[in-house]
Ligand binder design. Structure first.
Ligand SMILES: [Fe+2]
Length: 423
C-alpha cells in the first residue's frame, strides 16, 4: 500500500486538538438527543445507561493519555473508576450487576467531562505525546487511541439512541428517499493477491488487530455489484426467511424504524441484518458471504495487481463517495454514490452500512496487544465474532482505511450492517 505511506509522519498537534474538539462537539450533539427522563435508561439491555457513556468518553481519554501514558496525577479517582469500564456487559447477569440508582447528575457528569477535556487538551498542546521509548507513546499511540475510541462510541451511541422510544429523544428532521431497485448484477473479480492488514510505518495509527500486513491469494470469484436491499429481502421473507430487527409490520404492510421515525419500507435501501440472517439469505440464494480477503480484493484491488487506499482510488473520503461520516443518520438507496464504486465497478463497499464477511474475527500473524488498550481486540478472539468491513452512515471518515476491522456477534441485531453475496 505505497499510496498510504505519504500519510504517515510526525504528529500535528493543532490537527489532533481540532479533531479532539470536533469529537467532543459530536458527542455533545448526540447526548443532546436524549431527553432528561431517559438519561439513565438502557434501551439495549446489554449496553450501559446513557449516563455511563457521557462520563466514560472523557474519563477514558484522561485515563489513557494523561494518567497512564504521561503519568499525570488523577483528577477525581472515584468518578474515573466509575466511568472507566469500557467493555459492555457480556451477559444479562453482568448488566444487572452493573445497574445502580446513584449515577451522578447530568450536570455533575458534564462538569467532570469539562475537567477531563481541559487536561486532555493541555496534554495534546504541550506534553511529550510521542516517544519512541515509551510503548504507549510510540507514534503518539495514546492520542490516536482516544480519538478513535470516541469516534467508535459515536456509532454505538447512535445504535442505542435508535432503540430509544421516540418520545424520549429530540428528533433531527431530515428527508428520506427511496429509489428504483438496482439491477441484480454480478461482477467477476479475477484471481489475484489481496493485502490484508497494514504495515506499522505505512499508516499514522491502526488498532492492534490491523497488524501485520500479509498477502493472501484469492481465487477468482463473482460478487454482487450492489448490497442486498429491503426489496430483495421481501422475497426471502415471503419464502419463510427471518424478519430484520428494524422492520415492523402494521396493518399488513412492512415499515422501517429509522433512527427517529417509522416510515414505509424503502425497498431500495440496503437491508440491515445480523450475520446469521445474512448467511441464511446467502444459502437460500445458493451463494455465500465474501471472505475478508475477497472483500479486500473487491474493494481495493484493481486490474494489473495494484491496490488502492479507497475503493474509488486515492482521493480522501468525501460525501460524493459514499454515505458515511454523519452526513445523515439513515441509509440511502443502494447505488446512490456511483463515484464510490471500486475499480471493478462494485458499488458502496464503503458506506451506507458495514459489510458482513464470512470471516471470524481472528488475530493476524504477528499480532501483539497494543500498549494503550491491551484488551481492545484480545477479548474478542473467541470464535464467536465475525468481521465487518467498510463504514455505516455514522462511521467517522477518519476510520475509513483498508485495514480497519469491525466485528460483532453473529446474532447481535442493533448495528448497521448490510451484506452482499458471492459465488
Ligand atoms: Fe469505551
Amino acid at each position: 500500500m505505497d499510496l498510504l505511506a505519504t500519510t504517515a509522519g510526525r504528529l500535528d498537534r493543532a490537527e489532533l486538538l481540532a479533531r479532539y474538539r470536533r469529537n467532543r462537539e459530536r458527542s455533545a450533539r448526540l447526548f443532546g438527543l436524549i431527553r432528561d427522563g431517559a438519561y439513565e435508561s438502557q434501551p439495549i439491555p446489554l449496553r450501559h445507561p446513557f449516563a455511563f457513556y457521557e462520563g466514560h468518553l472523557p474519563a477514558f481519554s484522561f485515563l489513557t493519555l494523561n494518567e497512564r501514558a504521561l503519568g499525570e496525577t488523577p483528577l477525581d479517582p472515584a468518578l474515573e473508576r466509575l466511568f472507566e469500564r469500557g467493555i459492555d456487559p457480556g451477559t444479562i447477569d453482568d448488566a444487572r450487576r452493573y445497574r445502580r440508582s446513584d449515577w451522578p447528575s447530568r450536570d455533575q457528569i458534564a462538569q467532570f467531562g469539562r475537567a477531563c477535556d481541559e487536561r486532555v487538551e493541555a496534554a495534546i498542546r504541550t506534553a511529550r505525546i510521542e516517544d519512541a521509548n515509551v510503548p504507549r507513546l510510540v507514534r503518539g499511540e495514546s492520542v490516536h487511541t482516544i480519538l478513535e475510541h470516541e469516534q467508535m462510541h459515536h456509532e454505538t451511541l447512535t445504535y442505542i439512541i435508535h432503540q430509544l422510544d421516540a418520545a424520549d429523544k429530540n428528533r433531527v428532521a431530515h428527508e428520506h428517499r427511496d429509489g428504483p431497485l438496482p439491477a441484480a448484477r454480478y461482477i467477476d473479480v479475477p484471481t489475484g493477491v489481496a493485502t490484508v492488514g497494514a504495515l506499522r510505518d505505512d499508516i499514522p495509527f491502526g488498532w492492534d488487530n490491523e497488524f501485520e500486513a500479509h498477502a493472501q491469494d484469492v481465487p477468482a470469484f463473482s460478487i454482487a455489484a450492489y448490497p442486498v436491499t429491503n426489496g430483495d429481502w421481501l422475497a426471502f421473507v415471503a419464502d419463510g426467511g427471518p424478519t430484520p430487527a428494524f422492520w415492523v409490520e402494521r396493518d399488513g404492510a412492512w415499515r422501517l424504524r429509522t433512527v427517529f421515525e417509522e416510515i414505509a419500507l424503502p425497498r431500495s435501501w440496503p437491508v440491515y441484518v445480523t450475520h446469521r440472517q445474512a448467511s441464511a439469505y446467502a444459502r437460500w440464494a445458493g451463494m455465500r458471504l465474501p471472505t475478508e480477503a475477497e472483500y479486500h480484493r473487491a474493494a481495493y484491488g484493481a486490474p494489473g495487481g495494484i491496490e488502492r487506499p479507497f475503493p474509488w482510488g486515492a482521493e480522501p473520503a468525501s460525501p460524493e463517495r459514499g454515505n458515511f461520516d454523519f452526513t445523515r443518520f439513515d441509509p440511502e438507496p443502494a447505488g446512490a454514490h456511483p463515484l464510490g464504486a471500486s475499480a471493478w465497478g462494485v458499488h458502496e463497499l464503503v458506506g451506507n452500512g458495514w459489510e458482513w464477511t464470512a470471516s471470524l474475527f481472528e488475530p493476524f500473524p504477528g499480532f501483539t496487544p497494543m500498549a494503550s488498550y491491551p484488551q481492545y481486540s484480545a477479548d474478542f478472539f473467541d470464535g464467536k465474532h465475525y468481521v465487518m468491513k467498510g463504514a455505516s452512515p455514522v462511521t467517522a471518515s477518519e476510520l475509513i482505511r483498508p485495514s480497519f476491522r469491525n466485528w460483532f456477534f453473529d446474532d447481535y441485531p442493533y448495528m448497521y450492517a448490510k451484506f452482499r453475496c458471492v459465488y
